[in-house]
Design a protein around this ligand. Structure first.
Ligand code: AMP
Ligand code: ZN
Ligand code: FE
Ligand code: FE
Length: 274
């Protein structure tokens, strides 16, 4: 069984439609794939139709923008009720914050002689329900002002760079609670990657366990051997399910983020959703 629990379609900042993503997953020999767009669930229906057509098991997921004490974390939620209003209301706040920060981002870039209009960004996000920095990066590439997404982030858009603008995110402990109340399973995504790693302590894991966190994403391209080993010790200590996934974004990230680049063990998948 090949199980990939974290992927993005063009409903957020991936480049495949949900249908193409599922088709690619089937062609790549995946048995189970989770669609986890940033802060939206709008790709689920199209993905489910494709999953039925191509013989793949779809896990309906979401990657929620959260923060705690000013540090940002991504929380994966698997199979939450899409009609649970306390969760969808919070997601609406995040989505409008995503829209609101684009003009501010463009103003800051203009101060640095990078010139983009809202139309440039819109042209790169026609299918997206959730706007992100990658769409701004794509607009920079399309107008010849950056080579690729990675360069745009490294020079302009990553946290601490001139074009970075903070956006409202849901408190991490509240987000765990909302996913649980929506009947879903919260799993902390790539917590030892770039922005969040400094804030990850044993004390934080204790708080997350108390809040009801179910799993930790461990096998992810942003984690090296040491990070993975450390997180396995933590997962054993707290009884967290251990997941692995590609964080596929189509052509939006390099080939090392290909579908199936990291996988979740069937035993862990059974513990998560069995
Ligand atoms: P946003 O949702 O606007 O906060 O943007 C987050 C997305 O940008 C994530 O899905 C990442 O895939 C992508 N991203 C974040 N940091 C980088 C980076 N340094 N290089 C390339 N992509 C990045
Ligand atoms: Zn993304
Ligand atoms: Fe993420
Ligand atoms: Fe992701």
């Amino acid at each position: 069984m090949r199980i990939d629990l974290h992927t993005h379609s063009n409903r957020s900042d991936g480049t495949d439609s949900p249908r193409d993503l599922i088709r690619h997953a089937a062609e790549g020999g995946l048995d189970v794939v989770a669609l986890t767009d940033h802060d939206v669930m709008v790709g689920w229906d199209e993905a489910q139709e494709a999953a039925d057509e191509f013989g793949v098991q779809l896990v309906r997921g979401i990657e929620i923008s959260t923060e705690i004490d000013g540090h940002s974390f991504h929380l994966l939620g698997y199979e939450p009720d899409p009609d649970f209003e306390p969760l969808t209301d919070e997601l609406k706040r995040v989505l409008s914050a995503r829209e609101d920060r684009i003009p501010e981002t463009l103003a800051r870039l203009a101060e640095n002689d990078i010139h983009l209009t809202l139309e440039h960004v819109r042209a790169q996000s026609l299918s997206a329900a959730s706007l992100g920095r990658p769409h701004v990066a794509d607009a920079m590439v399309a107008t010849g002002q950056a080579r690729d997404r990675d360069e745009a982030f490294a020079m302009w858009l990553a946290q601490g760079k001139p074009g970075y603008v903070h956006k409202y995110s849901i408190n991490l402990l509240d987000a765990i609670d909302l996913v649980l109340k929506a009947g879903g399973k919260p799993v902390l995504a790539h917590c030892l990657a770039r922005d969040s790693a400094d804030y990850v302590t044993d004390e934080l894991f204790e708080k997350l366990a108390d809040a009801g966190l179910v799993g930790l994403e461990i096998d992810h391209l942003d984690h090296g051997t040491l990070e993975r080993a450390h997180l396995r010790v933590i997962a054993d200590r707290f009884g967290f399910v251990q997941t692995g996934s590609s964080d596929y974004h189509g052509t939006g990230k390099g080939p090392s983020f290909a579908l199936g680049a990291n996988l979740t063990e069937p035993e862990e998948f059974a513990r998560l959703l069995g």
